[in-house]
Each structure stands twice: as C-alpha cells, then as structure tokens.
Design a protein around this ligand. Structure first.
Ligand code: ACO
Ligand code: AKG
Ligand code: ZN
Length: 415
C-alpha cells in the first residue's frame, strides 16, 4: 500500500483516480433531461417547464444541456430557440439523426452544437434505418462537414456501440467529440473500460459516453469510461429516459464526489440538486425514490446501534458523502429494536436531561422491548426520556419503566 494511502484513513484500499488515462478529475456533464429525459414514459414538458429545468440545471453548473431534436415537432423546434435565447452559461446542444434535413433544422435554432447519432449495430442497421456502413460513413461525413462549416460544435455517435464494430468508424470522422452509447444497457464496466481504452488509442478528440441502466450498471459504466479516457458523460435528472433511463445526475455526482470531492464541489452547486430533482419529479409525476442517491429520505439516516455510535463519534465512519455539502442533514433513528445505548445517550444529551450511562442503558432496554411490538416515534422516545429524566429517585425511574407495556401507552401520554 502506498504510504499516502496508509496515512489517509478515508482512502485505504482505494487507488484513487491514478491512471494516466483517467478523467475522473476532469470531466464534463452533458445533461440530457430535456432530450433523453423527454423519452421517459411520463414526460411531457411545456415550454415553461423546459425553461425552468434548463435554468435550474444551469445554476447547478452542468456544462451542456442536450435538447430534443427540432425535427421531432414544431414545439420542439420552438423550444430549442427559446432555450438558446435564455443566454445560459451551459452550452446548448440538440440531438439529431444523421440526416442533412435534421442537421439544417437544428442549425437554424441557434444551438451551440449538434449531437449526431446513427445506429451501427447489425440490429439497427437491419431493423431501424436499414443503411449499410458505407452509407453511414458517406452521410456522416457530409453532415459533419456541413455542421463544422456552420461553425458549430459537432459530435458523432454510434448508437448501440456495444453490439457494433465502431472503432474504425469513429476514427474516420473529424469531429469535436465521438460518442459511444450502450443503448440497450447490456455493457459491464470491464467492457466499457476495454472499448473506451481502445477508442482512446485511436482518436485524439473528446469522447462522450451514454449508458442505459437496464441491467443496473449505468453509473459504474460512466465511471469506468472516465477512468479510461472518456471526457463527457450523459446524465438526466433522476435518471429519466427511454425505458428505465440513464445515469441519474445525482447518483453520478455522488460517484464523482467520492472520487474527487474538491473537484466536484468546486464545479457544481451541489445544494441545488434537491431543487432540480423536485422540479423534474413534479413535472413528470413521480416521487423522488426513498433510496435516491443523496436526496432520498433515508440517504443520511443511520439506524443500527453500532453505526449510530460510530457516526456520532465521527460521521466519516459510515458516510462517504457529507450531507451538509449537499444541503442535507444527517438523522440518527433511535426508536427501534436495533438501537443502542450510545444513540439514546446522545438524544438524552440533546434534550439536556441529567441521566447517567446506567440510566441510558436501562431506558435503551425498555425501548428495545417496546420496539419489538412496534417502532416508537421520536416524539414518543422523547416523552419517555423526559418523564424518566424528571423523576428524582431510582425507585421512581424503575416504576416508570415498569408501568409501560406497549408503545401505545406512551403515545397516549399527554405531556
Ligand atoms: C437511442 C435514441 O434514443 S436515439 C434518439 C431518439 N429520438 C427520437 O426519436 C426523437 C423523436 N423522434 C421523432 O419525433 C420522430 O421519430 C422523427 C421526427 C425523428 C422521425 O419521424 P418519422 O419520419 O415519422 O419516422 P419514424 O419515427 O417512423 O422512423 C424513424 C425514421 O428515421 C430513420 N432513422 C432512424 N435512426 C436514424 C438515424 N440515426 N439517422 C438517420 N435516420 C435514422 C429510420 O430509418 C426511419 O426512416 P423512414 O422514415 O425512412 O422509415
Ligand atoms: O447519441 C447518443 O450517443 C445516444 C443516443 C441514445 O439515446 C442511445 O443510444 O441510447
Ligand atoms: Zn439513450
């Protein structure tokens, strides 16, 4: 183990972003809630909602916003123009088929760049667009030349990359950025590492990655891509997208924060995350999941007694993310059968009650017995602690505990 790792208790066993290929500390987010996210089953964004989301993401600090193709509908075209007109810090991209008509329409909207895509797997060549590789190369060359001639940023991407043979294709094309997409969510981090490293060896431009989450690897794949030389990652708020979506912005940010906290804190306004998630959750009619990265209601709740004791001594024992960096707060739950006397003592101290360690241990046993019937609310725990704390003698302490058989009795106390 390197000496530095041995000295830093937060990093033992973790190599950190060490590789010479790694962009873990130098990446850009292409936020695609307003493109991939619009492909989520429930999504319908009015112009006003798109503007609200775009502004919130811009305040969060993402580098790019990707918008639905203006070829999709008249409103999509007008919305591109409206968002371009906001003058945000984020660069505005739109996502188009590899087709001259789509590219021309996109250029008209005033966006900063175009993300051009075409399917390259045999499945998509046969059953989607029906074009062969020579046609793809010829059309891509023509479309890319046109976009570059208009002075815009251009990315060329191969849809369904992990079921395609694309390294030579992407090497042919003189773009600002090439893209690989795990369109069906079949790739694993090892496969991503392998493909991105190979691609990194043959192209000198930026590499963007797009990962679907069908088999639960989207964030890990994004991380593996950055470790191996990718430069840009696509995200969407809460991960919304086609089917079960892509890397959620919050989860991806959590991963990157764990890798290089200072870098992430310096680039993004982390306390905005909850707000942007609430806007999008509300817009698409879903709740933020209970176990959501960072903002889920239990993301910083500690329960088991062993955890609670250590957390109260030093939060880094069981937290890799600092809740306060995200505008969140930590909570230690105590009214349950897994509680421990250290957690109960901490609550006693918060309430300013003059109880000894031995008192806390006795009350803890009572809480455990009661919580075997049902968990106690914090209110009920507090009532019990206060009543016990107000009693003067050991006998009356004993009598209080003896008098309670069920949690409902405490709930009914009028204190
Ligand atoms: C994996 C992804 O998420 S890729 C992005 C997906 N985004 C979208 O689909 C945007 C929303 N889509 C739409 O509004 C419509 O599909 C449109 C406007 C793009 C096209 O609509 P239509 O002309 O009615 O065609 P339809 O949707 O039925 O079929 C897609 C057409 O695009 C062609 N096509 C599909 N992918 C590509 C591509 N990457 N590049 C060029 N052509 C393509 C297909 O061959 C088909 O052409 P056809 O009309 O000759 O059969
Ligand atoms: O343009 C890309 O790279 C990705 C397109 C897409 O959404 C996908 O392939 O799933
Ligand atoms: Zn996608």
């Amino acid at each position: 183990m390197p000496e530095s790792a041995a000295r830093d208790p937060s990093r033992s066993y973790l190599g950190g972003p060490a590789s010479y290929l790694s962009n873990v500390s130098n990446f850009k987010i292409i936020e695609s809630t307003l493109r991939e996210g619009e492909q989520f089953a429930n999504a319908f964004f009015t112009t006003e909602k798109k503007i609200e989301i775009a502004k919130a993401l811009d305040e969060f600090g993402v580098e790019y916003l990707e918008l639905t193709s203006p070829a999709a509908s008249t409103q999509s075209y007008n919305d591109c123009k409206a968002i371009v007109g906001l003058g945000l810090n984020a660069k505005i991209l739109t996502h188009v088929r590899c087709h001259m008509d789509d590219a021309k329409l996109a250029v008209e909207t005033g966006v900063d760049g175009l993300d051009v895509v075409i399917g390259t797997s045999s499945y998509l060549r046969e059953f989607s667009h029906g074009k062969d590789m020579q046609y793809i190369i010829d059309t891509a060359t023509e479309v890319i030349e046109y976009i570059k001639g208009e002075g815009l940023e251009v990315r060329f991407s191969s849809e369904d990359s992990f079921r395609s043979d694309i390294v030579d294709l992407l090497n042919l094309i003189g773009v600002n950025r090439v893209g690989i997409a795990d369109t069906v969510g079949c790739a694993t981090p090892d496969q991503v590492a392998d493909l991105v490293r190979t691609l990194r060896g043959v192209v000198s431009c930026d590499i963007e990655c797009h990962f679907h989450n069908d088999t639960g690897c989207a964030i890990a794949n994004a991380y593996a891509a950055l470790q191996n030389g990718a430069t840009h990652v696509d995200t969407s708020v809460l991960g919304i997208g086609e089917r079960n979506g892509i890397p959620p912005l919050g989860g991806f940010i959590a991963r990157m924060y764990a890798a290089d906290k200072e870098h992430v804190k310096s680039k993004y306004n982390l306390t905005k995350l909850r707000e942007v998630e609430n806007i999008v959750a509300d817009a698409v009619g879903v709740s933020v999941p209970f176990n959501n990265y960072v903002t889920g209601y239990c993301a910083f709740t500690h329960k088991a007694g062993i955890h609670a004791k250590a957390i109260l001594n030093n939060p880094s024992t069981y937290e890799i993310l600092r809740p306060e960096d995200f505008g969140m707060t930590r909570y230690v739950a105590i009214g349950h059968r897994l509680t421990g006397w250290n957690a109960v003592k901490n609550r006693v101290e918060q309430l300013g009650l003059p109880l000894t360690d031995s008192d806390c241990k006795q009350i803890t046993n009572k809480i455990k017995n009661l919580a075997d019937i049902r968990p106690l609310s914090l209110d009920d725990v507090d009532k019990l602690l206060r009543k016990y704390g107000a009693a003067k003698s050991e006998d009356s302490h004993h009598a209080i505990l003896e008098s309670i058989d069920t949690p409902d009795q405490i709930t009914q106390w009028q204190i």
